[in-house]
Ligand binder design. Structure first.
Ligand code: SF4
Length: 325
């Protein structure tokens, strides 16, 4: 899928017991540290969000990737909708979304996403998708239709999109999406370039960077955002280099979270990165000039995205005030 930067914890389409690690492989037998543990989702808000997604026939990356934050997010009615179906044309080593030949694009999907945003009363929505290398435009026109439907149905909802890399067609795809004016354009780099051949073999690091650079060049008012997972075997200096590359591409907001192995077939966790290391990454990233940084073991692309959007806006206003003072 797009690389939601969502490290996961269980098999496809059912929710795991998130209080205990899965006892299936050596790396999964290794107990997760205390800072990774989360409560099982049991709230009324969680059940209501789930029912709504079922009724509107919408997939969410929260479920498909078995995100560990689902209990917290869905209780608050925050869900990340995954458009263009639930089947991805890629097979990244970190991602739990199923791979195969996707179904035809659902023309009702944009309306259903808008209905969900209206019913949930969302101030901010995050829309992501699977990779659709089978489509001529990579699915860009469906992103545009979803943005247009949201603007019509819930004009005050701010829109964040988390797109695929639109490999070999990113210029036209990005132009179309930028013209629809989402508030935040997110595309995750996922990991350091050295690990791409094993972790993200269908993608190219510099193509992803160029995509984000294009968004900023085409419309500097759109916030750009990108994220990486750590714990995959990367070195700290490699992470610092990714930060520099992101800043060169004008990226405003960086997210850094712990990779968790979804199933024994996926890439193993090389390391559970300690919270103090996340704090150090965050301090370095801020010093490098990101407008906003979210770095913690449970940080995911869309975790607390609404609150973070308010912070992004405030940070930009503060920056502009400093320039004009
Ligand atoms: S962090 Fe994002 S993907 Fe995970 S449950 Fe929350 S909204 Fe869904």
């Amino acid at each position: 899928m797009t690389g939601a930067g969502v490290a996961s914890g269980a098999a496809h389409r059912y929710l795991p017991d998130m209080t205990e690690p899965l006892p299936t492989t050596p790396s999964l037998r290794t107990r997760k540290p205390d800072w990774i543990r989360v409560k099982a989702p049991t709230s009324k808000g969680f059940a209501e969000t789930r029912q709504l997604m079922r009724r509107l026939n919408l997939a969410t990356v929260c479920e498909e990737a078995a995100c560990p934050n689902i209990g917290e997010c869905w209780t608050k009615k925050h869900a990340t909708v995954m458009i263009l179906g639930d089947t991805c044309t890629r097979a990244c080593a970190f991602c739990n979304v199923k791979t195969g030949m996707p179904r035809a694009v659902d023309p009702l999907e944009p309306g259903h996403v808008a209905d969900a945003a209206a019913e949930l009363g969302l101030e901010h929505i995050v829309i992501t998708s699977v990779d659709r290398d089978d489509l001529k435009d990579g699915g860009a026109s469906q992103f545009v239709k979803v943005i247009e439907a949201l603007r019509k149905a819930t004009p005050s909802t701010t829109i964040e999109i988390l797109t695929p890399d639109f490999r070999n067609k990113h210029e036209a795809a990005v132009e179309a999406i930028v013209a629809a004016r989402p508030d935040v354009y997110n595309h995750n780099l996922e990991t350091v370039p050295r690990l791409y051949p094993t972790i993200r073999p269908g993608a190219r690091y510099y193509a992803s960077l160029r995509l984000l650079e294009s968004v900023k060049r085409l419309d500097p008012s759109i916030f750009t955002k990108s994220g990486i997972m750590v714990g995959l075997g990367e070195e700290r200096l490699e992470v610092h280099q990714v930060m520099d590359d992101m800043r060169s591409a004008g990226i405003d907001f960086l997210t850094v979270g712990q990779y968790l192995q979804p199933t024994p077939k996926h890439a193993k966790v090389a390391e559970f990165v300690e919270p103090k290391t996340f704090a150090a990454y965050a301090a370095i990233a801020r010093a490098k000039g990101f407008l906003l940084v979210a770095a913690s073991p449970l940080t995911r692309s869309s975790y607390h995205a609404g609150d973070d959007f308010a912070r992004l806006r405030a940070a930009r206003e503060a920056q502009l005030a400093r320039v004009t003072a």
